[in-house]
Write a protein that binds this ligand. Structure first.
Ligand code: SF4
Length: 239
């Protein structure tokens, strides 16, 4: 079990799935470059964060819930956690037994409520698993925090505006836990992985900082920047 001081942001997992070097540049070297995609994504999250929690009949919605797992050593925040009331007579649902495994209590409300994490994304569903892994990590945190089993989450994409249910199944759980181990390993190594140019680099917000075609030999972005600044500061005529 990890302690509060050891927790790593869930967002790091998402960067790791996209590119280990991008993860290193952001989380080890503190780099962040905003492009149109990241700006739109941030604005979408800000809009989500501004809306307050609400209750609609058999649905309760909590926004911006802080998450953590001491077992996995992860922390983060959920855009939205929906709580669906479990009803005996609702098709496909059943009330949980006395020892709850599917539902939790809600303050000021009767019955049991099933948590469903929902993550908002700009753009379209991605080819890699970065969004589903992030969602699964949120679900694993919620399970530990609420002592409940979560069978399903959801991803909402801006283009087209559509919601996709995501089963939190064994394969996704195993993938997420394996990536969490890799994340811990890389974090403890304190070394930014090398660049390797790929097609995805063209849509990477850190392309200009990473320079994957230039510094693929392994220099870190900070070393490259230091060298560039040294060259600028050097009197003309020096090599
Ligand atoms: S430019 Fe390519 S190698 Fe560099 S961080 Fe982005 S995806 Fe990774």
């Amino acid at each position: 079990m990890f302690t509060e001081d050891d927790l790593i942001p869930i967002s790091a997992l998402q960067h790791l799935v996209f590119c280990e070097r991008q993860w290193g540049l952001i989380h080890l070297e503190g780099a962040w470059a905003e492009n149109r995609l990241t700006t739109e994504g941030r604005q979408l999250h800000e809009r989500v964060d501004q809306v307050e929690s609400e209750s609609r009949g058999d649905l309760r919605i909590a926004r911006g819930l802080r998450l953590r797992s001491f077992r996995l050593g992860l922390t983060g925040r959920a855009d939205v956690v929906e709580f669906h009331r479990l009803l005996d007579d609702a098709p496909g649902r059943r009330a949980p037994p006395d020892s709850p495994t599917e539902g939790v209590r809600q303050e000021g409300a009767d019955g049991w409520w099933q948590p469903v994490p929902v993550e908002y994304k700009r753009g379209r569903p991605k080819k890699d698993h970065c969004d589903t892994v992030q969602l699964c990590a949120q679900a694993l945190c919620l399970e530990e925090m609420l002592d409940v089993n979560i069978g399903c989450g959801a991803l909402f994409y801006g283009k087209p505006r559509r919601r996709y249910d995501v089963p939190i199944d064994d394969a996704l759980r195993a993938e997420t836990e394996a990536l969490t181990l890799r994340l811990r390993e890389l974090t403890e190594s304190r070394r930014t992985p090398l660049a390797a140019y790929a097609k995805k680099c063209d849509r990477c917000s850190l392309y200009d900082l990473c320079l994957p075609k230039t510094v693929g030999s392994g220099r870190s972005a900070s070393a490259y920047l230091r060298q560039t600044l040294d060259q600028i500061a050097r009197p003309s005529g020096e090599a």
